[in-house]
Design a protein around this ligand. Structure first.
Ligand code: SF4
Length: 318
């Protein structure tokens, strides 16, 4: 793209963003804590699922110092339902460093932000540009797709960051970055991009034709069985190992073997690349598992896995 074309791209994209941007709760503030929290929650989780969690998390931990002072179990409980719990642990660890070593203030600058746990290149650039107006571009999956289609090239790695930085509007870097991500999320979508309503269609090399998208990883299928055991207002739960690769230390229902009877109910659940058919049985005693009886009224404050929460809600226990 020539320099005048880059200017037109910025102007058209930002004018579109100013008129059409979605009214999302984290856009109401440029507070770095809120920007950071939303960016971490939005990694690997859909916007619709994040909104309620974001509000509730801020209600419980309204500032970075509150998060730093919280117990890990409370942080994980507030994260429950968002999945990828490593993100919550890193968030907590970073909050402690910000409180202890930076007096509760975010270190300014993309480079300093990247020193914090769980903050990679993308997140550091997002916080630096949105909260501190630093002129650095972001590249996430949406931006990558837009850049590839607009340029008509299969850009990869550093080429993507260079392309994003060459287009960046240095006067409004935070808005520009959000506009690129918004364009990818709502117009230049992986399948059937809305080129007819696209603000940069005149400058786009492909107009959707060579939609360079990453193919989704093939989904695996698995069946899994859990027992719902209750007594006197308590539910039997087991704790996942602290070194489990997924959701370490979180609470779930005891897993049992399939049997010939009819399950209490069946539901579907997806974790990373696996689609689970989940069958829930009533009162089948698990073998070789030491669980803990948790009172029903404490379940809301317990760090449950997303699936355990789903099952307990469906069974009307939670
Ligand atoms: Fe994407 Fe189509 Fe816009 Fe090009 S014209 S950026 S392919 S929506």
């Amino acid at each position: 793209m020539t320099r005048p074309q880059q200017n037109r791209f910025r102007t058209s994209l930002l004018a579109w963003y100013d008129r059409h941007r979605r009214d999302l709760p984290w856009r109401a503030s440029r507070n770095p804590y809120r920007v950071w929290l939303s960016e971490i929650m939005l990694q690997q989780t859909r916007v619709a699922a994040v909104i309620a969690h974001y509000r509730e998390f801020l209600r419980r931990f309204p500032a970075v110092e509150k998060l730093a002072a919280a117990r890990e179990a409370s942080v994980l409980a507030a994260w429950s339902g968002l999945g990828y719990y490593r993100r919550a642990r890193m968030l907590h660890a970073a909050a402690k460093i910000i409180a202890r070593e930076h007096g509760g203030k975010f270190p300014p600058g993309e480079k300093a932000l990247r020193e914090l746990p769980g903050i990679g290149r993308y997140t550091a650039a997002a916080i630096a540009s949105i909260a501190f107006d630093e002129p650095v571009a972001v590249v996430d999956g949406n931006v990558e797709r837009v850049l590839q289609r607009v340029s008509g090239k299969r850009l990869a790695g550093e080429e993507l960051w260079a392309a994003a930085n060459s287009l960046l509007d240095v006067k409004r870097p935070g808005d520009f970055n959000q506009a690129m991500m918004e364009l990818g999320a709502v117009v230049c979508t992986p399948r059937a991009p809305g080129c007819l309503v696209c603000p940069v269609v005149e400058l786009c090399a492909t107009r959707g034709e060579s939609a360079a998208t990453n193919k989704a990883a093939p989904q695996k299928k698995r069946e899994i069985h859990y027992s719902l055991l209750q007594r006197d207002g308590e539910v039997l739960l087991v704790r996942r190992a602290r070194d489990a690769s997924l959701m370490p230390g979180m609470w779930e229902l005891p897993e049992v073997k399939a049997n010939g009877a009819t399950p209490l109910f069946t539901l579907r659940h997806s974790i990373t690349v696996t689609n689970y058919t989940v069958r829930v049985w009533r009162n089948i005693a698990p073998s070789g598992i030491t669980g803990k009886w948790i009172p029903r009224e404490r379940l809301g404050r317990t760090a449950l896995t997303g699936l355990a929460r789903k099952i307990l809600k469906k069974a009307e226990v939670l």
